[in-house]
Structures are given as structure tokens and as C-alpha cells.
Design a protein around this ligand. Structure first.
Ligand code: HEC
Ligand code: HEC
Length: 415
């Protein structure tokens, strides 16, 4: 045969191969079935209700408390060396995270800082859920030796000593307690947390490309070109919701892509940590939910405690808490998957730098060092893992909050 003819033949064969390859890609994204559409509907922000009332915080919806909470959130005076605020580790521009593997305040914490966007929908707080409200969570950060390192009595001293803070406090909560009035200090400290929580409740996720795409599907119209998912993104979404393929919905479901429960997926504890100073011993933290459940039950600031505004019977989550089950050992809270492109690095250990690294975790299934991992081998290809990642990037949206709340307050800017 002539060499030229051979080349032409090879070319033809390649064309045929290309066509064969292109074909499955097109076939792989047929119209969504009715059952799939039902699932997609449950994942969009339009299915997100308003956050449930927090019976333990009677200031939760008070706009003055939220404004005060906004100021406190950015205020470094509430830290031992006047350099750390909540916003140090929860930065609005990074979807309220800090871009560090492990968060750094007065010390290096043993955990990656989670986002607080949409946190008002959480049932439990912290990776192991050792808090049951936004307000009691805030108190833990203020007192943690690794974060603000401010004992409650000193927090009240700062409020008393600064006219701006004192006036705000008194206008909302009434007189400040006398120095040395321990019960009064506890109550006032709880109020500080309740104001911060009122602010955090206003920080919600806004619609992403994914939401606009599904919205169009449900209304039976074409998505705007910029909202149309690419073939890869659509295929990733299909893998994500499929019970045969990705099985991600087992844990990441609902409009925030979390079931709010605790699962063991074999993420190891971070390597670097200042064990000596942690507010909770590292060996206890590593046990995950099994320890977190006991800690929240014993917490003086929990929903049934005397600083809570809840009436008897209003703390169902705490009353019916699951504890002592072996699968809670080494189990941690399922994080939201919204705004991931702004919240790297990932996992509670912060040791997955990119989404590709996270996908690698689900491909390689490391064994748990504490408890037993619930993950199984997934029947999906390397390409499909890339497509999953492409889909996850479509969950990126603006933050839905008053614009003022996404910036430091005027007083903090002037300082
Ligand atoms: C030093 C950095 C740092 C500071 C300062 C800080 N945080 Fe955090 N925050 C973290 C880390 C790390 C976690 C996770 C810790 C854990 O789970 O053990 C966390 C967890 C949270 C959570 C739980 C989110 C969830 O989904 O479980 C909320 C809410 C929160 N912080 C709000 C605040 C508030 C309010 C303040 C200020 C009073 C604050 N943080 C100060 C690092 C910080
Ligand atoms: C058995 C429950 C479970 C399943 C199934 C599951 N996840 Fe997760 N996922 C978790 C938990 C728990 C974490 C946090 C673990 C930790 O840091 O200790 C997590 C973390 C993540 C993170 C990192 C988020 C962050 O902010 O750090 C991503 C991304 C993620 N999962 C995507 C997926 C995808 C995609 C699938 C499907 C292939 C999936 N997950 C299946 C429970 C699950």
C-alpha cells in the first residue's frame, strides 16, 4: 500500500473514533427525567425556608441586636491582644473563611474554619457539633485560648470601658452587671453571643449558576447562556445525584448540600497543632460526634440551660439527641458545598488544598484512624470525578445579606 493512502486511512479511522467518542458525551446528557427534576428542585435555594426560630435566643430577630452583633463580629477589642476578631477567621470576601488550613487567632487552632454563610440553618455547631446554637458557639470562640482568649469577665470589662460598646449594650439589654457579679456577668456574656447570632442569622447564600439553571428547567424555559450548565457540569450533577454513581446525596442534600448530620469519612486529624492550649483536649476532639454530643449536653449555655430563653419542651434537638452509637465515633458534621471556590482549603483538617484533592479523597477512600469510614468504592471514572468537580463550581453565588453587613462597621474602619 502507498504510505499516503495509509495516512488517509488512519485519518479516517481517527475521525470515526472521534465521532464514536463524541456520541456518548451527547447521549450522556439527555433531558432530565421527572424523578431527577424532583431531586434538583430540593437542591435549589428556592427550596430553602427561612431559618427556624431559635427559641433559646429572644434577640435573634431584633435588628438592633443584629447591628450590635455586626460591630462585635469585627471588633478586635474582644481579644486578649486586641488583634483578633471573628472576622479574622471568618472574612466576608472569602465566604466567611480565612484561606488557611488551620485557623489562627491567639494560637493555631486544630481545625479549618468553616463558613458561617447559612449557618442559621444548622442544628449543631462546630465540626463535632459541641454547641447547639449560634449564640453559645460565639461564646466558645471568645473564650477559647486559641481564638480570642478572653475570659467572660474581661469581655464585660471591655464593654463597660468603651462608651460605644456600653451604650449599644445598655440600649438593647439594659444595665450592665456590676464587676464581680458572676451570675450577672454570665447573663450579660450570653447576651453578647445573642447579638452576634442575630447578625449571623442575616448572612445567607445567594443564588448560584446551578440555582438559575434549575429554575429555568422547572419553568420549562431555556436558561440564559451564562446560566446554562456545560456538558461536563451537567454530567457532574448527574453523577452527584445518582444513587448508583456518586451517592453524594446520602450526606450532601437539601439547598445547603448538607443533611446536618455527622458521618465518618476517614479524614485524619491535622498534623500541626498546639495541643497544649486547646480549650478541648485534642484526643477528645478527634473522637468527633461521640464526644461532641456529651459536651453539648453538659454545656451551661445550651438550649435547656438557665441562660437560654427557651421554654421547657422547646429544645427538641437536645432532648432527642443521638449519642452513644458506635458510628458517631470519628464522625464529623457534613459541611455545606456552596461557595467552595472561595473556601479552600478543605475538610476539617484543612489539608486538601483543592477540590481535586477532595475528589482524590473520595477516589482513594483512606481508612479511618478513629472509628470506621462509611465511604464505599464508587463505580465512577476519573473523567466523572473531574465532572463532579466542575459541577461543584456551579454552586458559587453572591452572599445574600445587607451590603453593610459584609463590610467592617464604620467605627472599626476608623480605628
Ligand atoms: C482563630 C480563628 C477563629 C476566630 C477568631 C473565630 N472563629 Fe469561628 N471557627 C473557627 C474554627 C477553626 C471553627 C471550627 C472549630 C471546631 O469545629 O472545632 C469555627 C467555627 C465557627 C462556627 C460554626 C460553624 C458550623 O457550621 O459549625 C461559627 C458559627 C463561628 N465559628 C462563628 C464565629 C464567631 C461569631 C466568632 C467571634 C466571636 C468566631 N467564630 C471567631 C475559627 C475562628
Ligand atoms: C457518608 C457521608 C458523605 C458522603 C456520601 C459524601 N460526603 Fe462529602 N463530606 C462528608 C463529611 C462528613 C465531610 C467533612 C469531613 C471532615 O472534614 O472531617 C465532607 C466533605 C466534603 C467536601 C469538602 C467541603 C469543605 O468545605 O471542606 C466536599 C467538596 C465534598 N465532601 C464533596 C462530596 C462529593 C462530591 C460526594 C459524592 C462523591 C460526597 N462528598 C459524598 C460526608 C459525605
Amino acid at each position: 500500500m502507498q504510505p499516503l493512502f495509509l495516512v488517509a486511512l488512519a485519518g479516517l479511522a481517527l475521525c470515526a473514533l472521534d465521532a464514536a467518542r463524541a456520541q456518548p458525551a451527547r447521549d450522556a446528557t439527555p433531558a432530565w427525567t421527572a424523578a431527577e427534576l424532583d431531586i434538583l428542585r430540593t437542591l435549589t435555594l428556592s427550596s430553602l425556608p427561612r431559618p427556624a426560630r431559635d427559641p433559646s435566643n429572644k434577640y435573634a430577630e431584633d435588628p438592633r441586636a443584629a447591628d450590635f452583633g455586626h460591630r462585635l463580629f469585627f471588633d478586635t477589642r474582644l481579644s486578649a491582644n486586641s488583634s483578633v476578631a471573628c472576622a479574622t477567621c471568618h472574612q466576608p470576601a472569602r465566604a466567611f473563611t480565612d484561606a488557611r488550613p488551620l485557623a489562627v487567632g491567639i494560637g493555631v487552632t486544630p481545625r479549618n474554619a468553616p463558613t458561617i454563610v447559612g449557618a442559621a440553618h444548622n442544628v449543631w455547631f462546630f465540626w463535632d457539633g459541641r454547641k447547639d446554637s449560634l449564640w453559645s458557639q460565639a461564646l466558645a470562640s471568645i473564650e477559647s485560648p486559641l481564638e480570642h482568649d478572653m475570659p467572660r469577665a474581661r469581655v464585660l470589662d471591655v464593654i463597660r470601658a468603651n462608651r460605644d460598646l456600653g451604650a449599644d449594650y445598655v440600649a438593647i439589654f439594659g444595665a450592665l452587671p456590676a464587676q464581680g457579679d458572676r451570675e450577672g456577668v454570665n447573663r450579660a456574656f450570653a447576651n453578647i453571643g445573642k447579638a452576634i447570632a442575630a447578625y449571623e442569622r442575616r448572612i445567607m447564600p445567594g443564588p448560584a449558576k446551578f440555582d438559575r439553571y434549575v429554575e429555568a428547567l422547572l419553568e420549562d424555559r431555556r436558561p440564559a447562556p451564562q446560566d446554562d450548565l456545560t456538558l461536563d457540569e451537567r454530567q457532574g450533577l448527574r453523577v452527584f445525584i445518582s444513587d448508583q454513581l456518586g451517592r453524594c446525596l446520602r450526606c450532601h442534600n437539601g439547598p445547603l448540600f448538607t443533611n446536618q448530620h455527622f458521618h465518618n469519612i476517614g479524614v485524619a486529624e491535622p498534623q500541626r497543632q498546639e495541643r497544649a492550649h486547646a480549650d478541648v483536649a485534642q484526643s477528645i476532639l478527634a473522637q468527633g460526634r461521640i464526644a461532641g454530643a456529651e459536651i453539648v449536653l453538659a454545656d451551661e449555655f445550651n438550649c435547656t440551660g438557665k441562660y437560654s430563653d427557651a421554654r421547657p419542651g422547646e429544645c427538641a434537638e437536645l432532648d432527642f439527641i443521638r449519642r452513644d452509637s458506635p458510628e458517631l465515633l470519628g464522625a464529623f458534621k457534613v459541611p455545606t458545598l456552596r461557595n467552595l471556590t472561595r473556601t479552600a482549603p478543605y475538610m476539617r483538617s484543612g489539608d486538601r488544598r483543592t477540590l481535586e484533592d477532595v475528589m482524590w479523597h473520595y477516589r482513594t477512600l483512606p481508612q479511618a484512624r478513629v472509628g470506621k469510614s462509611e465511604l464505599n468504592d464508587l463505580p465512577i471514572t476519573a473523567t466523572e470525578f473531574d465532572q463532579l468537580e466542575a459541577f461543584l463550581r456551579t454552586l458559587e453565588g453572591q452572599i445574600d445579606a445587607p451590603a453593610l453587613y459584609l463590610r467592617p462597621p464604620i467605627s472599626a474602619q476608623a480605628k
